[in-house]
Design a protein around this ligand. Structure first.
Ligand code: 0X9
Ligand code: ZN
Length: 413
């Protein structure tokens, strides 16, 4: 009897531990103003999680610091005279508040509404169901295909939107490479909605669109239930304690040359080899299948409001960088005209930081797409990744104006 009770208690503890969501009690969130030297120095400190990186000029970066490292971290900032503000003293409180808001939004939704509404974030299953819904509603223009499976077996569905004819220039868009950047898939879904039945239908006349709204569904679902701050995939690594690879360091172009880690416990772990991740391979193959006509490749991330073009593996520029810079600035102008949101336009290596093995560099360097951009969407809410549900609509709407400019540009190519 005593035995059974002990066993039961033990089992309960095991279950509780196994299902416990990752907590961030006492984690600090800092906004750090950095000079170039300070940036280099800070990026060498282990155990920090950069949510947005500081730009080379005076734009600050946001970094999350675990509780037990905060004293030392603040000490370092002070001795090095690096200016900072404490955005949050307890990241867990921010996560709790977000949860409450999210569930309010779901409660408001009402059961009968099957259409996508952009007043809350959707699960991976809901996103896939939406793609199927579009395909059955608009069979003449929409084709949904399975382009691979995630590590945990979720289906990666892509959609091709075309008004017919062959050989039209094509824009390829993906989102959700990084799990916690929730606003990115929302923008991709909005683009699909507007191209099929909204204000962007005209863009289908001369251009085809191929969209993969959720590259990393395992990570995404993990952020919904277990750890809001998860970034990587969920694959097994050589370390028992640390799962996942940064899919945006896993592409085979200057792989591991800069801004990437060989330590599975790091947020920017590049994988044991290039294309170790099924999600990165699926994206690679989908881009290659469309490479002949693809004139633009846009990969949606957050946050920081950057329009970044190659190269990202170092500070060098492609020969046609002026074209990319011009179109980037035109996108920025169009977005800004909506409600004043401004992006920084530049190459990843120069405007952000060198990081090799990302999907953007690979798409230009290997797949040969001309206009390639990583779009770092706006952050917001209590913390950057937690754009409140009420902010989804304004962000997806203004971003669409930037995407429109890309569509117009490639139309004549
Ligand atoms: O670091 C990244 O993967 C991207 N930023 S994020 O905050 N969303 O993680 C930027 C990638 C820019 N492109 C290259 N460095 N090639
Ligand atoms: Zn990202």
């Amino acid at each position: 009897m005593v035995h059974t009770r002990f066993l039961l208690a033990f089992l309960l503890v095991v279950v509780a531990v196994a299902t416990a969501e990752k907590r961030y009690d006492g984690y600090g969130l800092y906004r750090v103003q950095q000079s170039f030297q300070a940036r280099r120095f800070l990026s060498n400190i282990k155990g920090l999680d950069w949510w947005s990186r500081p730009g080379p000029l005076d734009t600050p970066g946001d970094v999350m610091v675990p509780k037990d490292k905060r004293l030392a971290f603040e000490g370092t900032l002070k001795t090095r005279r690096i200016r900072y503000t404490l955005l949050s003293d307890d990241v867990q409180m921010l996560i709790n508040a977000e949860k409450e808001r999210q569930s309010d939004a779901i409660a408001r939704k009402g059961k009968s509404d099957s259409r996508i509404t952009f007043d809350r974030y959707y699960s991976h299953d809901e996103m896939n169901a939406y793609l199927d819904e579009v395909a059955s509603k608009y069979p003449d223009i929409a084709k949904v295909e399975s382009v691979g499976k995630s590590y945990e077996g979720r289906e990666l569905k892509g959609i091709t939107l075309s008004s017919g004819g062959s050989g039209k220039p094509l824009v390829f868009v993906d989102a959700g490479i990084h799990a916690r950047e929730w606003i990115a898939p929302a923008v991709a879904l909005y683009l699909i909605q507007e191209l099929t039945e909204g204000s962007a239908q005209d863009l289908l006349k001369d251009v085809d669109w191929v969209i993969l709204p959720e590259v990393n569904p395992d990570g995404y679902e993990y952020t919904r239930s277990e750890d809001r701050m998860w970034r990587k995939t969920r694959s097994k690594t050589s370390s028992e304690d640390c799962l996942g690879v940064d899919p945006n360091r896993n592409f085979d172009f200057h792989w591991m040359e800069s801004g990437a880690s060989s330590d599975p416990c790091d947020e920017i772990f590049a994988g044991d080899k290039a294309f170790s991740e099924s999600e990165a391979r699926a994206l690679r193959d989908y881009v290659l299948a469309n490479a002949k006509n693809a004139k633009a490749y846009l990969t949606l991330h957050s946050y920081g409001q950057y329009l970044l073009y190659p190269w990202g593996y170092d500070e060098s520029l492609p020969d046609d960088w002026r074209d990319l810079d011009d179109l980037g600035n035109a996108m920025n102008d169009a977005i800004k005209a909506v409600r004043g949101t401004e992006y920084t336009v530049g190459s990843s290596g120069q405007a952000l930081y060198p990081a090799a093995g990302a999907s953007d560099d690979w798409s230009k360097g290997v797949a040969g797409v001309k206009y390639v951009y990583t779009v770092e969407l706006p952050g917001g809410g209590f913390y950057g990744f937690d754009l409140p549900a009420s902010e989804i609509k304004p962000v997806v709407e203004e971003t669409l104006q930037g995407l429109r400019v890309v569509g117009q540009k490639v139309a004549g190519m």
